[in-house]
Design a protein around this ligand. Sequence first.
Ligand SMILES: Nc1ncnc2c1ncn2[C@@H]1O[C@H](COP(=O)(O)OP(=O)(O)OP(=O)(O)O)[C@@H](O)[C@H]1O
Ligand SMILES: CC(=O)N[C@H]1[C@@H]2OC[C@@H](O2)[C@@H](O)[C@@H]1O[C@H](C)C(=O)O
Length: 357
Amino acid sequence: MHMLALGLMSGTSLDGIDAALVETNGETVRATGAALTIAYDDDLRNGLRSVLGGTGPVAEVEQRLTQAHAQAVQRLLGQAGIDAERVGVIGFHGHTILHRPEQRRTWQIGDRALLARLTGIRVVGDFRSDDVAAGGQGAPLVPIYHAALAQGLAAPLAVLNLGGVGNVTWIGEDGVLLAFDTGPGNALIDDWALTHSGRPLDEGGALAGAGRVDEAAVDHFARHDYFAAIPPKSLDRDDFQALAASLVAGKGAADGAATLTAFTARAVAEAARHFPAPVSRWLVCGGGRHNPVLMRMLAAQLAAPVAPVETVGWDGDALEAQAFAFLAVRSLRGLPLTFPGTTGVPQPLTGGRVTVF
Ligand SMILES: Nc1ncnc2c1ncn2[C@@H]1O[C@H](COP(=O)(O)OP(=O)(O)OP(=O)(O)O)[C@@H](O)[C@H]1O
Ligand SMILES: CC(=O)N[C@H]1[C@@H]2OC[C@@H](O2)[C@@H](O)[C@@H]1O[C@H](C)C(=O)O
């Protein structure tokens, strides 16, 4: 049975909370509804930064983060004119502060019971733990949603998400999936922009567009073991931070931004080498598709056409939040969230924990 579900995602780029409504039975999507993003205020963003890695005032930041999510729910429902009683479930990803699947650890903060109490809606969260406990990568989780949306499109195709980290879903004929994190998405570019321009992102790729790419640095970057490793594989937000920082140290603002942007594009090109068969096109979602310099670099490096997901009628800003609505419904129904081809888990596996208010 289809139900109205509300998905919430606080992504690795630390830009804010995405919230979206979806009508789904966890297998097909009948309709997507309203969506919004609430940017973090500096206090909460700094609070989140201070607990990355799993240390610092985690409990206090978790409470503030959960309250901000409750406000996102109220605002979305207010804007859409929908009563909370009509929403069957909230899919609450929380915020990843630690991701070490090789140690069978992944940690998303977010207080399900508090969110359920504040909204009066049952909440599914903790989507990654069961997968990691079973030996999976715990990420990416969105591929099964990509596959649901892509029903009817010509395969093979690739759906690329450029958030803080990049991840890709290769969808073959008969819906076969291979998915993994590609490398850095926007996080390195954002951090560089903040340090060198005082702004939390390279708006429109303005900095990168004015700079020159250091191709030798890009080649060096591409020799990192991660790119040759056979997928599935996943990353923490800052896994490439030290390497990237050393490769752009001493560069001017524009050249550094150009080179970091080229790292992201090259990581995607390296990812394509692992595909079982070439794709007919790349559909791009996530904030990175708003960066025209990054999109141009991708188009120059990839063999198939590259376009934002809007070309096929999807909403590239709301897609991850929609996915957690979809995954929450799958969780309630006991349907698997992860698969050998998406996280490397030995068998298709259910996941998520439900809390009723
Ligand atoms: N107009 C723009 N110009 C350049 N970059 C942009 C623009 N808009 C968004 N971005 C980039 O997209 C990022 C946000 O992307 P998104 O919301 O997809 O990330 P996320 O969901 O937090 O991450 P993840 O998918 O890793 O969880 C911003 O931090 C910024 O780097
Ligand atoms: C551990 C974690 O939170 N990973 C995020 C991150 O951001 C992008 C990429 O790295 C992806 O693996 C994942 O998020 C999306 C929503 C996913 O699981 O599909």
